[in-house]
Design a protein around this ligand. Structure first.
Ligand code: AMP
Ligand code: MG
Length: 375
């Protein structure tokens, strides 16, 4: 047996696969991406098929040079260069008017395009090897939590793609922030690591898509109540309490990030949440329901103070409770691990919806079908 292929060889092979219409999953600083040549409509169609993704949900075009932005977009406002100067390469996606040469298969039939310049060195090298333009959504089966570890890409897409570049756990763990620059006022369509406050320093007028601020449905665990409040696609925009405009990023309207188990979010102070948690966990244990819980160190201490053993089948610890970054980093991985462990109910405490907490709660609420139980 010869030596295993070196990185240069892997990248060369991956570049050849992409240039000839194949698909390569690769790490980025946010989550793993499922890449195809952005200018090849057949590649984009293969991406939708591999993921089981609705074809009206556009892909993000990844570039590795700022100068290539001009080849993806028909018109680039000065705000785009200002954002690029501040946050590229990095976890920010911009929506612009698409270049006419970019296939509509890549943009889900829209006249606009989503573009990102990732900071991950391997991602940059891969995009370069592929000719400069890689269309890539997250490398998961549509609807499942985005993969932050190579093994979950393999689990979802093995046999459907031509190559996986596995680089272990990614750095950030949540998908990029998406900013729309095609309307009069720049708008955040998906929250992420680049927060509203960071963006506001560059674009003082920036606003949030109202669909992101829609009040979550509050229900209790009574099965009737859950049924009644469940929306057809898990979208917050379908909440009768919410503003009637749906989210502008097509992907934000689908039920998303969902593990097989039911996610239940409790909102309230540590004391109330820990009491309720113990009550639910004990109830689940009696009924033979496999339950799991995501906890901060503080919550863990509180529960340990009340019980000799926490009555959960799986306990995942996040570290300090104000460490929203740890939650962002580990959330998708934990949701996947709960699936591996066949956990049927997953309990988690809400974080404050500010800064990075807005992005974490956005993903959590979608995983929970929009329900939060206020205590
Ligand atoms: P993913 O890469 O899996 O995180 O999905 C890409 C996200 O970008 C989805 O939520 C899409 O709906 C969104 N997106 C891509 N292109 C556009 C566009 N032209 N306008 C609005 N949202 C977009
Ligand atoms: Mg995705």
């Amino acid at each position: 047996m010869g030596d295993p292929p070196g990185q240069d060889e892997i990248l060369k092979k991956a570049g050849e696969i992409l240039k000839s219409g194949g698909l390569v999953a690769f790490p980025t600083e946010t989550v793993y991406g499922l890449g195809g040549d952005a200018f090849n409509p057949a590649s984009s169609k293969r991406i939708y098929a591999a993921k089981g993704r609705p074809s009206d949900n556009p892909l993000i075009v990844h570039i590795c040079r700022l100068s290539d932005l001009e080849k993806t977009a028909a018109f680039i406002p000065k705000e785009a260069y200002e954002l690029a100067e501040a946050f590229w390469p990095g976890p920010l996606t911009m929506i612009l008017q698409k270049d006419p040469l970019l296939p509509s298969e890549t943009t889900g039939g829209l006249q606009t395009v989503a573009v990102r310049f990732p900071s991950h060195p391997l991602a940059q090298a891969l995009i370069d090897a592929a000719g400069g333009f890689v269309a890539a959504p997250s490398a998961n089966t549509s609807g499942r939590p985005s993969p932050t570890v190579g093994k979950y890409v393999y689990e979802d897409l093995s046999g459907r793609i031509d190559m996986l570049i596995d680089d272990g756990q990614v750095g950030l763990g949540l998908e990029s922030t998406i900013v729309d620059l095609t309307e009069e006022v720049p708008m955040i369509l998906r929250p992420g690591f680049i927060t509203e406050a960071m963006l506001r320093k560059v674009l003082p007028d920036i606003c949030l898509d109202p669909a992101l601020l829609a009040k979550a449905v509050t229900a209790d665990l009574d099965p009737q109540a859950i049924k009644a409040s469940d929306t057809a696609d898990g979208s917050l925009g379908d909440n009768p309490d919410a503003d009637h405009t749906g989210p502008k990023a097509p992907g934000m309207k689908y039920k998303h990030y969902a593990p097989q188990g039911e996610v239940i979010i409790f909102e309230g102070d540590e004391k109330k949440v820990s009491e309720r948690l113990l009550f639910e966990l004990q109830k689940d244990r009696k009924k033979g329901i496999r339950s799991g819980v995501i906890l901060s160190d503080q919550m863990l201490d509180r529960l340990k103070g009340q019980e000799e053993e926490i009555p959960a089948d799986s306990v995942k610890c996040l570290g300090s409770s104000d460490d929203t970054e740890a939650m962002a980093h580990m959330l998708f991985r934990f949701l996947r691990e709960f699936d591996d462990e066949k956990i049927e109910r997953i309990y988690v405490r809400a974080v404050a919806q500010e800064g990075l907490g807005l992005a974490v709660m956005n993903r959590l609420k979608k995983a929970a079908g929009g329900r939060i139980i206020a205590l």
